[in-house]
Structures are given as C-alpha cells and as structure tokens.
Design a protein around this ligand. Structure first.
Ligand SMILES: Nc1nc2c(ncn2[C@@H]2O[C@H](COP(=O)(O)OP(=O)(O)OP(=O)(O)O)[C@@H](O)[C@H]2O)c(=O)[nH]1
Length: 322
C-alpha cells in the first residue's frame, strides 16, 4: 500500500464584511470600537449619547477585513432627533453582516436592554437573519461571580430571538478577550476580498471627526442637560495662504471655523464661561486633537450660536446634517 500523499495545507478563506455595535447609551461601544481597531477613531465620553454619527473603524488582518460601524445608542425616542437616530440605527442593522450587542457587566439587564433585544429579535427573524453576538463589556469592573450571573441573564435575554450566535465577555480597558471577540465576529462574516485599502482606519469625512473632537471638548465637565442640546458644524477647513513650505514638506496652517449650536441663551453662557474662559479651554483642548488628526498646525475659530429648539425642527436638523 502506497503512503497517502500529504494534502497541501488549505488556505483559510478570506472573509470581509460589516459589523455594528449596538447597546444602550454608555455601554462601552465607542471604547470597544477603538480597542478592536487599535487606534482612537470613535469619540468616547463619560456622558451618554454622544456618538451621533456612524463612525467606521476597520480591522485589517491577513485572513479578514472587518469594518466596524459604531452606531448611536439605540434608545426609546423622545424627540424628533431621537427618532432619526433610531431610524439610522435600524437602517444600519439590516445592512451589516453581524451585530455585536454590548451589555455592560456592571449594570443589570434592564428594560433598555430588553427593548434593544426585541429590536434585534426582529432583525434576526427578518430576511437577512443577521447573527447577533452578545458582548459583555467592562468585565474588569465586576468579580467572577457577578460576571457569571450576568452571563446567565444575558443568555436568557437572547432566548426570545432564538439565541445569540455567541456570548463574549470583554474589557476594552484591560484588552481582555478583545482578540477573541474579533475572531468570533470575523468567523461570522461571509467570504470575500478586502473592502477598503490597507491602512485606512475610517472613512468618515475629516469634517465630521473635527466636529466630534470639538463636541467632545465642549461637553467635558459640563454636568447639565447639554449633551442633548449641543450640535457642532464645521463651516470650513482652509489652508492659510503663504504658510506652508513645499521644499521642507511643512504643511500650511489650517483655518478651521466651527459653529456650536445650543438651544437656549443659558446654555450659550455655559459653553462660553465667565469672560470666555471655558470656550478658550475648549478651543485649546479640541485644537490639540484636530492637529493630531490633520497633521498640521490649526487656527481654530469657535462660534457659539443659539438655534432654538433645533432638536424638534426638521429644517434645522437637515442643516446640521441629521
Ligand atoms: N472599566 C471600564 N470602563 C469602560 C470600558 N469600556 C468603556 N468604559 C467606560 O464607559 C464609559 C462609556 O464608554 P463609551 O465607549 O463612550 O460608551 P458608548 O456605548 O459608546 O456610549 P454612547 O456614545 O453614549 O452610546 C466611558 O467612561 C468609558 O471610559 C471597559 O472595558 N472597562
């Protein structure tokens, strides 16, 4: 009997597709996106509901490309803006290949999670049968017994929709099991070639990222209702004439003009601060981030404007890009 010819090693199939992170506000979606991608692309903040735009990060591997869509927090709509956000989330859910449902380990499974689980059950029953992975985030903040109990509760939450494709506890902060989650998500993608060129981390227009940096700085340390009442619009990003030097490769200074919209005069006063001190601080904070993002020196010109009840006005929402 002749020995069996050894088979050539099988090349693993290349996979590619879109994943979307959902979860109640503050569940850790942005932080997890950053941990998965390995670089800061989405904007995190201690305050809930700050992620308004769909920011994508891209995980490049030899065997796969995973495009992450970081959605705004799915929540019960209270205003027109809330409804638009939810429409955006629902639209995203049916377009992706896999959904990661983030449930923070330090919070009991509550009505907000059940609301989202119901939505996801619909998506799983739908035409696309999109698989949903339950991700228990912030697992570093609880002990093992609490984590175990939480995993059981999360498992039970998935029963109505026919069960989760997987359950993965992670800590974005301690880089615990983030690679395991990547493997699980990649395993649920269809076979396919790269969707984006290597090295590209986000396809967000620069202006949106600039707006998010300003928004993040403007919300920092403000303890009132501001997060729901602040919109940021980048009016222009222009190279200033005669400031660059082609020979040495020095980029020109960029003039960045940004409008911050609030709903009331009292909120305008909060953003500006006594004698303009707070706004100056916001400007400095944001400028550092923008310079790092754009790789050039920046002159940041901030204007605070009152756009009354903009959250409820379709015309204003449109103008602000919603
Ligand atoms: N201890 C710990 N804290 C975390 C972890 N991930 C996120 N956080 C914190 O949780 C808070 C919310 O995190 P985000 O990533 O902004 O949450 P989000 O779900 O994107 O929030 P929204 O934009 O409001 O939807 C921040 O203060 C994070 O620092 C983690 O793995 N461990």
């Amino acid at each position: 009997m002749s020995p069996a010819t050894p088979k050539p090693p099988q090349q693993p199939e290349h996979r590619s597709g879109f994943a979307c992170l959902v979860g109640r506000p503050n569940a850790g979606k942005s932080t997890l996106t950053n941990a998965l991608v390995g670089q800061k692309v989405a904007i995190t903040s201690g305050r809930p509901q700050t992620t308004r735009h769909t920011v994508r990060g891209i995980v490049h591997r030899d065997d796969a490309q995973l495009v992450l869509v970081d959605t705004p927090g799915l929540h019960r709509p209270r205003t027109l803006l809330g409804e638009r956000l939810n429409d955006l989330v629902r639209g995203t859910l049916t377009e992706v290949d896999v959904i990661a449902f983030c449930l923070p380990a330090d919070q009991k499974v509550g009505p907000g999670d059940k609301f989202i689980a119901n939505e996801l059950a619909e998506v799983r029953r739908g035409r696309h049968r999109t698989p949903v992975v339950a991700v228990v985030t912030k697992s570093d903040v609880v002990d093992r017994a609490t984590l175990a109990a939480h995993l059981v509760a999360v498992d039970r939450l998935g029963e109505q929709g026919g069960g989760w494709a997987d359950i993965v506890p992670v800590s974005a902060q301690d880089d615990f099991q983030v690679d395991v989650l990547t493997d699980v998500l990649v395993g649920l993608l269809p076979e396919g070639p790269d969707l984006y060129p290597d090295g590209e981390l986000t396809d967000e227009p620069e202006a949106i990222m600039v707006a998010e940096l300003v928004r993040e700085a403007a919300l920092e340390g403000v303890r009132d209702e501001l997060p729901h009442s602040l919109a940021v619009q980048v009016e222009e990003i222009l190279p200033r004439e005669g400031t660059g030097d082609e020979a040495s490769g020095r980029p020109p200074l960029l003039d960045v003009r940004v409008n911050l919209f609030v709903e009331r005069d009292s909120q305008k006063a909060i953003v500006i601060g006594r004698g303009g001190s707070r706004l100056r601080h916001v400007g400095t904070q944001a400028r550092h981030g923008i310079e790092a993002l754009l790789g050039a020196r920046v002159y940041l010109d901030l204007h605070v404007k009152v756009a009354k009840d903009w959250q409820r006005d379709p015309k204003q929402l449109h103008r602000l890009g919603f």
